[in-house]
Design a protein around this ligand. Structure first.
Ligand code: PGA
Length: 257
């Protein structure tokens, strides 16, 4: 983290978990342990159908609600999809784009990720853009090339003044939901590389101000060390964000200088 230049953001990604009732219960549990002062921005990305319940439940807390996906068209015959304007209208602030589960299971590509990023920004949402390599790609030694490709294609056509609304999440696929976390050095190496890539595209000032998260089995036991890295400005947390106590422990781990 480097709070002098950029925001620290701790975001939960609930994936396909929790009903509206469970959302309310989680908010109450979090509220009971959440201090008034805040040292980072807190976001909870809930399933689309639970967005209204989450907006209501987190209303008087300093917690923003995020979505886990968005479609890039504004409206029309796209059965089952949700537009960026619809999310914005509900009070959503952030949207995860290009999560590896969507890339692997729902056919998302660097091309669709880019279109979604542009649509989200157009609607005034903050995209959380996910990038990350598979174990095979890491073992082949092509992690950095792949990350550069994902970052550059996701940001194609994004003007500099809108870049400050973007968050980039480095999520090595081999660490997601596996309990296997990247070491702080591995995570920091790639997050620093992402910042360098952004610097080449947009210059030093903008690169210094963008929030870069790490995601992949982040939990209370490893959050402090990961967040202690200069280029890791937060976390995108799956499993451990489902439990209010664990999530709060990770938020607390962001309280360091
Ligand atoms: P995990 O998920 O924390 O359960 O590994 C992270 C993510 O997929 O964003």
């Amino acid at each position: 983290m480097n709070r002098r230049y950029r925001k620290t953001i701790i975001a939960g990604n609930w994936k396909m978990n929790k009903t509206a009732g469970e959302t309310k219960k989680f908010a109450e549990e979090l509220k009971a342990v959440m201090p008034k002062t805040k040292w980072c921005d807190v976001v909870v990305c809930v399933p689309a159908v639970n967005i209204p319940a989450a907006i209501k439940a987190f209303k008087d807390m300093r917690v923003s609600v995020g979505a886990q996906n968005v479609f890039y068209e504004k409206s029309g015959a796209y059965t089952g999809e949700v537009s960026a304007d619809m999310l914005k209208d509900l009070g959503v602030k952030y949207v995860i784009i290009g999560h590896s589960e969507r890339r692997q299971m729902f056919g998302e590509t660097d091309f669709t990720v880019n279109k979604k990023v542009l649509a989200a920004l157009d609607a005034g949402l903050h995209p959380i853009i996910c990038v990350g390599e598979s174990l095979e790609q890491r073992e082949l030694g092509i992690t950095m090339e792949l990350i550069a490709l994902q970052v550059k294609s996701a940001l194609a056509g994004v003007p500099a003044e809108k870049l400050r609304k973007c968050v980039i999440a480095y999520e090595p696929i081999w660490a997601i939901g596996t309990g296997k976390t990247a070491t702080a050095e591995q995570a920091a190496e790639v997050c620093t590389f992402i910042r360098t890539t952004v610097r080449h595209l947009y210059g030093a000032r903008i690169a210094r101000s963008i929030t870069i998260q790490y995601g992949g089995s982040m939990k209370p036991g490893n959050a402090f060390e990961l967040l202690g890295q200069n280029d890791i400005d937060g976390g995108l947390i799956g499993g451990a964000s489902l439990n209010a106590g664990d999530f709060m422990d990770i938020i607390n781990a962001a309280n360091q200088d």
